[in-house]
Design a protein around this ligand. Sequence first.
Ligand SMILES: [Ca+2]
Length: 295
Amino acid sequence: MRSFILGTDWGADCDDCVAVRVLCRMVKEGKAKLLGIGINCAKEHAYASMKAFLGQEGIDVPVGIDPRSHETDGWTWTENYQPRLAKLMPQLSNNDAESAVRVYRRAIAEAEGKVEIMEIGFLQVLADFLRSGADDISPKTGYELCREKVEKIWSMAGRWDVDGGREFNIAWTPLSREGATYVIEKCPVPITFLGWEIGDSVITGDNLDHSDYLWQAMADHGYKEGRSSWDPMLVLLAIIGDEKEAGYDVVTGKARVDKETGKNYFRKNKNGKHKYVIKAKPDSYYQNAINEIIK
Ligand SMILES: [Ca+2]
């Protein structure tokens, strides 16, 4: 069975909740193994609310946070779905969480086989993992661990239907821009991107029972009628593990980010390490697939 790590900006939007539901259901059905989660958006209740959500799903995995990400420029940290979830785990706070980089390092170092990484948030933790040095977990650097043990990275990031697209996960903060630039330049393994333009018009979660805590989380975030599916589409694509089989065409080449503006660019090259996907099916195809899993 293929093994995964999830990176998420848990709390920035509620499609991450839908994505975590998809992932947990796939794990429970024996279609994927989840080794750990790294939160790269450390709102006050990030750790407790994630542990509570996973607990409701019946999943127990290591969860780390990026402690630098609790404040970002230009962002109003409004209340969202996290305080309600965190009440289920009142004994936990962000201080109880390990750093997300350590969660990544341990999961990858200890994995028996190859690991795949799903990133549905900012890329700064992955960048810090690549830059990490030897420690008590492993004598290898993050770059070495990645090259030897990571099969592939699946990333919901970028906007690829226009040249110079600008998207939240890459462009939002100096930290995210630097992280994305570093990962895209330096990461030694293939990356498939699912861009903003793919998930925006695919609405999911509109079929949930109102007694479902996933629906409550979406409602608490302001999306009672469903939300765009950037993150659950990325997770489902990664678990299927083949872009064509998942209903996408691919463009292959080399991605690039302008660190100052956060704009992303792509140069086609059939030997390139990067891919971005284009929908080969109508929106209802992806919508139905996700809604069927999460209901
Ligand atoms: Ca996200």
